[in-house]
Design a protein around this ligand. Structure first.
Ligand SMILES: NC(=O)c1ccc[n+]([C@@H]2O[C@H](COP(=O)([O-])OP(=O)(O)OC[C@H]3O[C@@H](n4cnc5c(N)ncnc54)[C@H](OP(=O)(O)O)[C@@H]3O)[C@@H](O)[C@H]2O)c1
Length: 308
């Protein structure tokens, strides 16, 4: 089978599309024929070795954590899912394996999805929607009526966060660039700010909660508009949480972990058509390098997929 692999930490041009032996599912694993694999900025960070203290990779390493496809075989101890079932999963980043024609994944990470709905309604969920869920409902416990500012509302995480915050009954303000204002409004944002031409801090007003996937200055300036007792959840990189706490703002860096329960929760909303997936670009597996290059340039609109 074909797989997008690296043999050391490096750059995009070090990725090889190689012929490799088909994986054999372990005792508690399922073998999945991958139909779509979603990209995440973390893929580029893993490639570069930025995350090696958290997720040390063993080489050769097949990139990709998010996959959607059909189970074709199961290990002898797997009782929860059968061949023929359509599933999504987020693998452990140290294992990767999604940018390939077949992937062996622990059964505990696999979530079945309906056969009668398009696969693309679910393929983008694993990291992005589950991270948005974790930020809003676990890190922050968002409440109906709260005002929430979501940065990068057109991005993978931000697009799902806008929708989930609306479903929770929050008043949602989101930042995005001009080209995506209508898209983010269509996801349910009550107020949309063009961050390149408008000062978000002036337009958003006081808020109870900020979900930030941008970091640095955007995160810093967000603190000025959070009400006392409010909260900021940052996802882009670890940040100083003590400074905000001294100002009466609860601050938390979110570290997303693969969890089928959380993934099942967002998949159920997608199955009910209450959570929409925006698919920005699709690439063939052979063009994985181009796909990751495109993501690394920024300006993603929803999720980018590779289709083995
Ligand atoms: N800690 C965790 O566990 C965790 C989990 C998931 C993601 N993350 C991290 O969160 C970040 C975002 O992930 P993602 O998947 O959402 O990325 P993405 O899909 O690539 O989206 C990034 C978005 O950021 C927007 N953007 C860039 N600069 C901006 C600014 N100054 N203000 C507002 N929007 C801006 C871009 O939109 P425009 O075209 O509108 O500029 C783009 O749509 C990454 O660093 C990722 O690694 C961390």
């Amino acid at each position: 089978m074909k797989a997008a692999r690296i043999h050391a930490y490096g750059a995009l041009d070090d990725i090889r599309i190689e012929d490799v032996p088909e994986p054999v599912p372990g005792l508690d694993e399922v073998l999945i024929r991958v139909e779509a694999a979603a990209l995440n900025p973390m893929d580029n960070k893993l490639l570069a070795g930025y995350l090696k203290d958290f997720f040390p990779l063993a080489f050769p390493y097949t990139l990709g954590t998010d996959l959607a496809g059909t189970v074709v075989a199961t290990g002898p101890l797997v009782a929860t899912v059968k061949p023929g079932v359509r599933v999504i999963a987020r693998t452990d980043p140290t294992s990767g394996g999604a940018f390939a024609e077949l992937a062996a994944v622990p059964a505990r990470l696999v979530v079945p999805i309906p056969r009668d709905l398009p696969l693309l309604n679910f393929a983008g969920l694993p990291t992005a929607a589950a991270s948005a869920w974790q930020a809003l409902f676990e890190a922050a416990a968002v409440q109906p009526g709260q005002s929430v500012l979501i940065h990068a509302g057109a991005g993978g995480v931000g697009g799902f966060a806008v929708q989930l915050a609306k479903l929770a009954g929050a008043h949602v303000t989101a930042t995005t660039s001009a080209a995506n204002l209508d898209l983010v409004r269509s996801l349910g944002a009550d107020q949309v700010i063009d961050y390149r031409n408008q000062d978000f801090a002036a337009f958003a007003g006081a808020v109870d909660l900020v979900i930030d996937t941008v970091g640095r200055e955007t995160l810093e300036r967000s603190l000025d508009i959070i009400r006392p007792g409010g909260k900021v959840v940052g996802l882009s990189a670890p940040f100083d949480t003590e400074g905000p706490k001294a100002r009466g703002i609860d601050a938390q860096f979110l570290f997303h972990e693969s969890d089928a329960g959380r993934l099942a929760a967002v998949a159920a909303l997608a199955a009910d058509r209450r959570l929409q997936s925006v698919i920005g670009q699709e690439f063939a597996l052979a063009d994985t390098v181009e796909a990751l290059r495109s993501l690394s340039k920024g300006g993603a609109r929803g999720k980018t997929l590779v289709r083995p």
